[in-house]
Structure formats: structure tokens, C-alpha cells
Design a binder for this molecule. Structure first.
Ligand code: NAD
Length: 477
């Protein structure tokens, strides 16, 4: 950290003002494709976090936000989406330099995904409705209201920085909350840009605040009594810490955590389609995807053919870098452990040559259920192939995991597809397709993959409190 570059570093957005850290502290991000320094970023101090919370609380009491007609909230979100689209190339380049995702991914996945979430929830802003229900006492009229939870701390990971920011920000604002964005320390730049666009779109001051920095900034938010809700996407380990630390004022907490997605390739599957699904499902964004397909169950009779084809496609693929040297060492550690545990390394298995944090697409055969390759979230370009003899073992083996974020089934048979989809413990099941979330479909995990759901109508539960109003309609006799 240094104070020297505080004047050229990115700034914090607190209550409509862009300011350096109150201590002048900054930190440096790196371009994962070269390893070279990228940008000096403000490191928010505890005072800055407190100021951001105070600003978000004040905005929760400000009629400029709370009395804004719902149609105007919708318009602001739509305008924000237009601004992201109007600056798409520049923002995509920023995401690529910050996160390392290839430009085709940032331009063709991140940008449309971000815009899609903003527009989807722009639509919801005018449709946040209550209900009536007949009471047992016919003289009581009852209705419910959905009200904003209040100040929401949105704590973000580095793997899809902008899109994940949008999938939290859009429903939070659509439901009338105020927010504090806390991007990951590795990838803060597109959140800084998005916060600027929120201002340009016309959100009142204090509705969207931004504090950059490391885990200490996240911790301060999670422990803060002025924060009503935490929405966190990141590792399961930190998710557990957040749940404990938010107990003070019993914050509302949604957690989108790690995964170890099984891909089940049934006996009747179109093997070539499954091979392509494996390579893309495992290696997209260099495997740094929470729902990445990361353990593959193949019929023993077809496994040699499958492994050979997967290895040939994987070895020919050019993928982007991993996020950091530290993460590359962690991925390499899992690969070394796989070899030590007796799995057969078919291709890859080491850092790729050149600058930057690249790693070779890696395929293992002969992986067994108890091996770390089959159990741990690696979050890198590693494809562990397991085999089965009897399809009846598949559900038990797929469910033998702490995680339950997603699962994938490849089959031509509808009965197999529906039976497996119903029996696998996961928040999303993808049949004969890649793990592509959609703003309209719920997203979240069973078991250690998280708590709650984001996206779709389900996100409204995460960002509202329900109030019941009882009206006495009895007339005096
Ligand atoms: P991480 O848990 O290390 O960090 C995430 C964020 O939390 C960062 O902003 C970090 O500064 C902050 N943080 C760290 N410690 C904290 C603490 N004690 N209190 C509050 N905040 C704290 O995660 P990561 O390495 O950035 O992201 C990778 C992980 O995210 C993977 O496990 C991946 O599976 C998961 N992920 C899940 C989903 C999903 O939808 N389920 C989506 C993307 C990523």
C-alpha cells in the first residue's frame, strides 16, 4: 500500500461525492494477462466505510429516493443499462484488463449479461405487489406490503466482477433499497465505472455508494449495525465467516458460494455433444466459474473414447489467464495432489509459458470419488473424469458432496433427464446444455453452496421485507 499515488488513484463514492481514502491509502491491481501493475485504487478506511453506511442510511430517509415514482425507478435502471451499452467496448476492455477474461467473453457475455439483469429488474420495479388473504375473522381485512430491506452491502468476487455486481445491484434498487458496493480487491475497476454510470443515470446521491479495498472493508460492512442486509458472492469459507459476523443485528444475508458441479453423461448421451459440453463447461473463463462443470461421470464402456476426445479438444483450446499468481499456485497444488493421489494426467498439468498467470487446460482420467480432484473446488481449468458401471450409482455419487450449486445431465432420454434432475441436490440443473444463468431464473445453492436465491422473481424475496397490515372493519352496533 502507498500514499504516493492517492491523487491519481480511483476514488470512493460516498453520498454523491468522489473522494480519496480518508487515510490516503491505495493498493495496486495487476493485469492477469501480463502480471504487470494496472491501476492504483483507493483503500477505504473504517471511517470511509462508516461514512458510506451513513450516506446509504440517509438516502433511505430521503424522499428524493423513497418517494420516487416506481416508473421513475424503472426508468433509471433502464437508463443505466443504456449507458453500459453505449460504453460497451470501453467497459469490456476494462474488465478484460482487470480480470483477464478474453475480450470476446467480456464483450459478448459480461456486457449483455449486465445489461440483461438491469433491464429485467427495471421491469420488476413497477410490479412489486402485495397480496390479500381472507382472515378467519371476517371483520378483518388483511393485506401485505413488500418494503425495501434498507441498506444493502453488496460484497463481490473477482471471477465475473461486473455481471455479478449487476445481478445484485439491479434487484436491490428495483426494490427501493440503497447500496454499498464492495468489489473484490483484485477486480474493482468495472464497479468503479458502474458507480459513475449510476450517477450519470440520475440515481439520487447516497443511493449507490462504493468502497474499494480488501477483506477488512468487507468485514467492517458485515459487522456494521447500520447495514440491514449483506448479499455476498464468494468462497464458502468467507460465507461462513459472514454468517457468523452478521449475527449482531441479525442482518438479512444471502450467500452465493462455491460449487463442485457434477456432469453426468448417461449411457445414451450424444458423446460428441457431451465432449464439447465438457470442454466448454469446464474451461469457460479458465474454469473460474462458480457453476463450472468440474467432475465428470462417464460410462466405463465409453470412457476411453470420451477422455481421448476431451483431451484433444482441451489441448487445442486457448484460454485466458487465471486471476493471480497466488490462485495459479493453488490450482497447480490441486493438480500435483491429483498426481500424488494416483489420478492419470492425460494432458496439461502445468503453468503455460509466457508472462501472465496462464495455466494449461488439464485433463485427468482414472479419478476416484475420494480424491481431492473429485471433492474440492479447484476454480481452474481442470477436468477430472470418473467412470461408472451402473447408472443406479450416479445419484448417490453426484450428491456425495458438500456443495450443491449446479448439476448437469447429458442424455437423449426424457425419463432419465427428469429423474436425475429431480434427484440431484443442486440449485440449478442443466440438461444437455452449458451452465448459462438467466436473469429470469433463480440462482443459488443447496448445502454449502449458499443461502437464498438471486435472480428472477425469487430475488424480490431477498431484497424486501414483508409487512402484514390488519384492518378492523367491524362496524359499531
Ligand atoms: P472470496 O470469498 O475470497 O472474496 C469475495 C469478497 O469477499 C471479496 O470482495 C473480499 O474482499 C471479501 N471478503 C473476504 N473476506 C471477507 C470477510 N471476512 N468479510 C467480508 N468480506 C470479505 O472469494 P473470491 O476468491 O473473490 O471468489 C471466488 C469464489 O466465489 C469461489 O469459491 C466461487 O465459487 C465463488 N462464486 C460463487 C458464485 C455463485 O453464484 N454461487 C458466483 C461467483 C463466484
Amino acid at each position: 500500500m502507498s500514499e504516493a499515488h492517492a491523487d491519481t488513484a480511483t476514488r470512493l463514492l460516498i453520498g454523491g461525492h468522489w473522494s480519496p481514502s480518508s487515510t490516503g491509502q491505495t493498493f495496486l491491481t495487476r493485469d492477469p494477462s501480463t502480471g504487470r501493475p494496472l491501476r492504483e485504487v483507493a483503500e477505504a478506511s473504517p471511517d470511509d466505510v462508516d461514512a458510506a453506511v451513513a450516506a446509504a442510511r440517509a438516502a433511505m430517509d430521503d424522499p428524493a429516493w423513497t418517494s420516487l415514482p416506481r416508473s421513475q425507478v424503472s426508468l433509471l435502471l433502464w437508463r443505466l443499462a443504456d449507458l453500459v451499452e453505449a460504453n460497451a467496448d470501453e467497459i469490456a476492455r476494462l474488465e478484460t484488463s482487470d480480470n483477464g477474461q478474453p475480450f470476446e467473453v467480456s464483450r459478448n457475455v459480461t456486457i449483455p449479461g449486465t445489461v440483461g439483469h438491469l433491464r429485467y429488474f427495471a421491469g420488476w420495479a413497477t410490479k412489486i405487489e402485495g397480496r390479500t388473504a381472507p382472515m378467519s375473522n371476517p371483520d378483518v381485512f388483511h393485506y401485505t406490503r413488500r418494503e425495501p430491506v434498507g441498506v444493502c452491502a453488496l460484497i463481490l468476487p473477482w471471477n465475473f466482477p461486473l455481471m455479478i455486481t449487476a445481478w445484485k445491484l439491479a434487484p436491490a434498487l428495483a426494490c427501493g433499497n440503497t447500496v454499498i458496493l464492495k468489489p473484490a480487491e483484485q477486480t474493482p475497476l468495472t464497479a468503479v465505472r458502474l458507480a459513475g454510470l449510476c450517477e450519470e443515470a440520475g440515481f439520487p446521491p447516497g443511493v449507490v455508494n462504493l468502497v474499494t479495498g480488501g477483506p477488512a472493508v468487507g468485514k467492517r460492512l458485515v459487522g456494521h449495525d447500520g447495514v440491514d442486509k449483506v448479499s455476498f458472492t464468494g468462497s464458502t469459507e468467507v460465507g461462513r465467516e459472514i454468517l457468523r459476523a452478521s449475527a449482531g443485528n441479525l442482518k438479512r444475508v444471502t450467500l452465493e458460494l462455491g460449487g463442485k458441479t457434477p456432469m453426468i453423461i448417461a449411457r445414451d448421451a450424444d458423446i460428441d455433444a457431451a465432449v464439447t459440453g465438457t470442454v466448454q463447461g469446464a474451461l469457460f473463463n479458465s474454469g473460474q466459474v462458480c457453476a463450472a462443470y468440474s467432475r465428470f461421470y462417464v460410462d466405463k464402456a465409453r470412457s476411453d473414447e470420451f477422455v481421448e476426445k476431451v483431451a484433444a479438444q482441451a489441448a487445442a483450446l486457448r484460454i485466458g489467464p487465471l486471476i493471480s499468481e497466488e490462485h495459479r499456485s493453488s490450482v497447480d497444488g490441486f493438480v500435483r495432489r491429483g498426481v500424488d493421489e494416483g489420478a492419470q494426467l492425460v494432458t496439461g498439468g502445468k503453468p503455460a509459458a509466457g508472462d501472465g498467470y496462464f495455466y494449461e487446460p488439464t485433463v485427468f482420467a482414472g479419478v476416484r470419488d475420494e480424491m481431492s480432484l473429485a471433492r474440492d473446488e479447484i476454480f481452474g481449468p481442470v477436468i477430472p473424469v470418473l467412470t461408472y458401471d451402473d447408472p443406479d450409482e450416479l445419484v448417490g455419487r453426484a450428491n456425495d458432496s458438500d456443495y450443491g450449486l449446479a448439476a448437469s445431465v447429458w442424455t437423449r432420454d426424457l425419463v432419465t433427464a427428469h429423474r436425475l434432475a429431480a434427484s440431484v441436490k443442486a440449485g440449478a440443473v442443466f440438461v444437455n446444455m452449458l451452465h448459462v444463468p438467466d436473469p429470469a431464473a433463480p440462482w443459488g445453492g443447496f448445502k454449502a453452496s449458499g443461502i437464498g436465491r438471486e435472480m428472477g422473481a425469487y430475488a424480490l424475496d431477498a431484497y424486501t421485507e414483508i409487512k402484514g397490515v390488519f384492518m378492523n372493519l367491524a362496524t359499531e352496533e
